[in-house]
Write a protein that binds this ligand. Structure first.
Ligand SMILES: Cc1cc2nc3c(=O)[nH]c(=O)nc-3n(C[C@H](O)[C@H](O)[C@H](O)COP(=O)(O)OP(=O)(O)OC[C@H]3O[C@@H](n4cnc5c(N)ncnc54)[C@H](O)[C@@H]3O)c2cc1C
Length: 483
């Protein structure tokens, strides 16, 4: 029998555990899985809580379906029939300008106006800004394929106003990032391809048949799903399954992972036995923890590798979840939420009208709001204590949405160093990290800091890590010998 350790019980680690088991079953191998989790619960940042009649997500509240891994996992867990789409009734986003929220012009997809007329009628840009944005079709294209920040790319192609008023809040909202540092290649490479292949984003969009029929704006909300009991339903179902196949150890923070080559000298023959916290031995290890934790665990054995992992920065955010009577809010809340450009000099990043996305998450006549602050552009706000955060949020919700009276509940949810930042050069950095990883076949990394920040990406990274450790010679040799 071979022994595999998975460190980290978030969605990446849980997915890795299930995939190891599935591969072992397919290949008729005897593998023992141990999952170590720091906290006393599994799921990592993913958590759903019932507060009275409200269903409150602590972090993610939906996932995108154009990446297949999350839906694929749901299918394998018997959850496919339970997936729910976002409510079509309010499927749009608003952006703040001059203290007032306006809809993202129809057909505007993150940085491309696919339709001219709604853009020309929108109060979100001045006439100069609109003409400059539509002039994107005539801007000379860059085809060298070099990595570039989101800010540099959008200013160059669409103009400063479109960047500051639309793209920064819409894209910044997804990545809670500093757009001057955010790598376009690592986050939204399709826009680089559009420039390279068609010479312009607008021309590329006009040529795409998808563009002509999409009819949506901002985030492509029609592509997102959740589950009736929230994201926790995925976590609990997956956890139940993993508990049947693995030894799960909660409240077990790993401090150190070390390994010793079994046979020295010959390159591909070098196999490692991994030692966790100097006591337990494993044939392979999946590190499904944030990169700065992985760096710490590997520091003693592999300082160079650890330094590379430490170069990935993280941002923090605070979500204030609150439940209100609709009668206490002046704004009609006829959207999924609004985002706030940095240039508006507000403290809030965005407000999600959460129960508009998924009805039934607030009692009748009430609404669930999730207000985001902090992120890479205003990190100091995450340092405030709860009372100061609540004061900021209440004041701005009152000014921007006309929220009055006492909420049914209000809760501060902190996410410290929870959002990996894909800075320019990220893909090269990850390639170097993965290159180092190849030198130790029994070691694999998983998590949202590698090749995508969302739930489907995290699941994909866990499954890829499982595949890697299952093909290493330590595991195949030992598990084969027992069959
Ligand atoms: C506020 C917020 C909102 C988000 N919204 C969305 C969204 O709407 N849609 C979407 O698709 N994605 C969203 N995401 C991203 C998504 O939630 C993450 O990509 C994903 O959950 C990351 O999972 P993970 O397992 O890689 O990491 P984590 O969830 O961070 O899990 C890592 C685990 O490792 C454990 N650990 C740490 N150190 C140790 C140690 N020494 N020993 C053992 N265990 C350890 C931790 O306790 C944790 O359980 C959001 C993220 C955040 C923070």
């Amino acid at each position: 029998m071979s022994r595999i350790a998975i460190i980290g019980g978030g969605i990446s680690g849980l997915s890795a555990a299930l995939r190891v088991h599935e591969l072992a079953t397919e290949q008729n191998r005897d593998v023992r899985i141990t999952l170590f989790e720091n906290s006393d619960r599994l799921g990592g940042v993913l958590r759903t809580e019932r507060i009275g009649e409200y269903l409150v997500e602590h972090a993610a509240d939906m996932w995108i379906t154009n990446k297949p891994e999350a839906n694929g996992l749901c299918e394998r867990l018997g959850l496919a029939d339970r997936l729910i789409p976002t409510d079509a009734k309010f499927r749009k986003s608003l952006v703040l300008r001059g203290g007032k929220a306006y809809p993202v012009p129809e057909g505007f997809q993150l940085m491309v106006p696919e339709q001219a007329w709604p853009m020309l009628r929108s109060p979100l840009l001045s006439w100069c800004g609109k003409l400059r944005l539509l002039g994107e079709a005539f801007v000379r294209s860059r085809r060298d394929g070099a990595d570039e920040s989101l800010a540099s790319f959008v200013r160059r192609r669409c103009g400063t106003e479109a960047f500051e008023r639309l793209v920064q809040p819409l894209v910044g909202g997804i990545y809670t990032a500093d757009p001057e540092k955010l790598s376009l290649k690592a986050t939204l490479p399709r826009f680089i391809d559009m420039e390279r292949e068609h010479g312009s984003l607008i021309r590329a969009a006009l040529r795409s048949s998808r563009a002509k029929s999409s009819g949506t704006s901002g985030a492509r909300y029609g592509m997102f799903v959740s589950l009736p009991n929230g994201i926790e339903e995925l976590v609990t179902t997956l956890t139940r399954r993993v508990a049947e196949i693995a030894d799960i150890r909660c409240a077990s923070p790993v401090q150190r992972v070390a390994w010793m080559p079994l046979s020295e000298g010959s390159d591909e023959d070098v196999q490692a036995t991994f030692t966790i916290d100097s006591v337990e031995h494993f044939d392979a290890v999946v590190l499904a923890v944030p990169s700065f934790v992985a760096a710490r665990l590997l520091a003693e054995n592999h300082p160079g590798f650890s330094n590379e992992l430490n170069r990935i920065e993280y941002a923090s955010t605070v979500i204030v979840a609150s439940g209100h009577r609709l009668a206490d809010i002046e704004h009609p809340l006829d959207a999924f939420g609004f985002v706030i450009p940095h240039i508006e000099r507000r403290k809030l990043l965005a407000v999600s009208f959460t129960s508009r996305k998924f009805p039934g998450r607030a009692p009748d006549g009430h609404v669930l709001l999730r207000t985001f602050i902090g992120g890479a552009l205003q990190p100091e706000l995450c340092e405030l204590d709860d009372a100061a955060i609540l004061e900021v949020v209440r004041r701005e919700l009152s000014e921007l949405l006309g929220v009055r009276g006492e909420p049914d509940f209000i809760r501060v949810l902190r996410h410290t160093r929870a959002m990996p930042q894909y800075h320019v050069g990220h893909l090269d950095l990850v390639a170097r990290i993965q290159g180092e990883m190849q030198k130790t076949p029994g070691l694999a990394l998983a998590g949202s800091y590698l090749t995508g920040v969302g739930i489907p990406d995290s699941i994909a990274s866990g499954e890829a890590a499982a595949t890697k450790v299952m093909t290493c010679r330590n595991v195949s040799r030992r598990s084969n010998s027992s069959t």
